[in-house]
Design a binder for this molecule. Structure first.
Ligand code: ATP
Length: 458
């Protein structure tokens, strides 16, 4: 039985979800390209997040800030100083690793304030590459990508690719609040690329150096922060399970005091049972306190307090931050949806099928239109049906091979519904709608098809 990650990685490549980047040049472990189905899946993940976090809420507004910001931002935020991971090198094979990821080494798991002295290498962890046990002492390695703005490459022109979207939100807090006239409690949501020079990227799209984050900064009155934190933990757990992640594959994990990030009062991770590790972070939900706004006020000299017109109070809001990765989310949804099943075939025998039981909102293709054969009498009606469908939903048209094989191909990429046009359709103007999960089939008049599909995909 092949490993589930290998199965998903090869399905992703074969069916056009995710390919290794620059593969003709040997590929890169830390960069991946999203193919025709992958771009749909990732867009659907982001759309589902935006819908739940912005569109359906009247207390959250959106923002799309720049990737390259003033370098002063990273000084104020603390990233230049403490956004580091402990780096060690194997003395035998000279491969480099993140010390806290070596089995046996004890260290704060993912704090960005790692101190070399907090990593305990006395247990003599094993090198995953060569099996030896001797390493250099851990040293702090800053994860930010550094570049230069403009033609002169000197320190005065240093710039950084953002390692989180959140700082754009903090820096724009006052502008957004005034423009949107939102009163606290309210949030600012952002989806966008972030960059981290990870020491050990890997596990397919789980850990890469370039990835997309979906982050909400929710501003609250100090004193109400702990209750809001609890609410957001619940809300976010519900989002994952509403979109089909099996609840037993999720858990909450509280950060210990030694692993809290420098800005955090309390952080709870939503973890998923990834097959390559016991549990891996999907989303972190942090109480960032008033750390960021106060630091930006101090460094920029701009007042970043909020004036409450009802109570006439002025204060620095506290921030609750649910921060998830779009790529990790796509991976979790793929893994969780994957099934291999025995299914009845047209011959009456059973046949093996692979199916992605993706939530319809996430499925790359919602409806596939399948003429029974390439017979030219079927084509005009099949095209007419496609025209009806494609204006509303992402659709596919497939007329190659037996109908059974075409159903299997759609099952394998998670298409919830297939619409088949056969010779009877030409007489009665009815099509067959076939359901991915139950494999039941229903005859539906073409004229009622859009309404029918709308109900089924709701
Ligand atoms: P980890 O402990 O796995 O390094 P983190 O605690 O540093 O993650 P956060 O800073 O909380 O991650 O970022 C929020 C989310 O962004 C994570 O939950 C994850 O989904 C995503 N993320 C972070 N780093 C990466 C990465 N290198 N590749 C892909 N997604 C990432």
């Amino acid at each position: 039985m092949p490993d589930l990650m290998d199965t998903i990685t090869s399905l992703a490549k074969r069916r056009g979800f995710v390919f290794p980047s620059s593969e003709i040049y040997g590929g890169m472990r830390s960069s991946w390209d999203y193919g025709p189905l992958g771009v749909e899946l990732k867009n659907n993940v982001k759309r589902a997040w935006w819908r739940s976090m912005v569109q359906l809420r009247d207390d959250v507004v959106g923002l799309d800030a720049a990737v390259i910001m003033s370098p002063a931002v990273w000084e104020a935020s603390g990233h230049l100083e403490v956004f580091t991971d402990p780096l060690v090198e194997c003395l035998n094979c000279h491969q480099r690793f993140r010390a806290d990821h070596l089995a046996g080494a004890h260290a704060p798991q993912s704090g960005h304030e790692q101190d070399e002295s907090t990593v305990d290498m006395a247990t003599r962890p094993t090198c995953p590459n060569c099996g030896h046990h001797e390493f250099t002492d851990p040293r702090n390695f800053n994860l930010m990508f550094k570049t230069h703005m403009g033609p002169v490459a000197d320190e005065d022109n240093a710039a950084y690719l953002r390692p989180e979207t959140a700082q754009g939100t903090f820096v724009d807090f006052a502008l957004v609040q005034q423009a949107s006239r939102k009163k606290i409690p309210f949030g600012i949501a952002q989806i966008g690329s972030s960059f981290r020079n990870e020491i050990t990227p890997g596990n397919f799209i789980y850990r890469t150096r370039e990835f997309e984050q979906m982050e909400l900064e929710f501003f609250v009155k100090p004193g109400t922060d702990e209750a809001w934190h609890e609410r957001w933990i619940e809300e976010r757990m519900r989002w994952w399970t509403d979109l089909g992640i099996q609840p037993e594959h999720l858990r909450l994990r509280e950060h210990g005091p030694d692993e809290l990030s420098h800005y955090s009062k309390r952080t709870v991770d939503i973890e998923y049972a990834f097959p390559f590790t016991d549990w891996g972070e999907l989303e972190g939900i942090a109480n960032r306190t008033d750390f960021d706004l106060k630091r930006h006020e101090q460094f920029s000299g701009h007042d970043l307090t909020y004036f409450d017109p009802d109570t006439q109070e002025r204060y620095h809001p506290y921030v609750i931050e649910p921060a998830a990765g779009a790529n990790r989310a796509a991976l979790a949804f793929l893994l969780d949806a994957y099934r291999e099943e025995e299914a009845p075939a047209a011959s009456g025998k059973t046949e093996h099928r692979t199916v992605l039981r993706l939530h319809p909102d996430l499925a790359p293709i919602k409806v596939a239109v399948l003429p029974l054969s390439r017979n030219e009498r079927l084509v005009p009606t099949a095209r007419e049906v496609l025209d009806l469908v494609k204006v509303r939903w992402m659709s596919d048209y497939d007329d190659a091979g037996s109908i059974g094989r075409r159903y299997r191909r759609q099952d394998e990429v998670g298409t919830p519904l297939c619409v088949t046009v056969d010779f009877e359709t030409l007489d009665d103007r009815e099509v067959t709608v076939r359901d991915r999960d139950s494999m039941t089939q229903e005859r539906v008049p073409i004229e009622k098809l859009p309404e029918h599909l709308k109900e089924r995909l709701a």
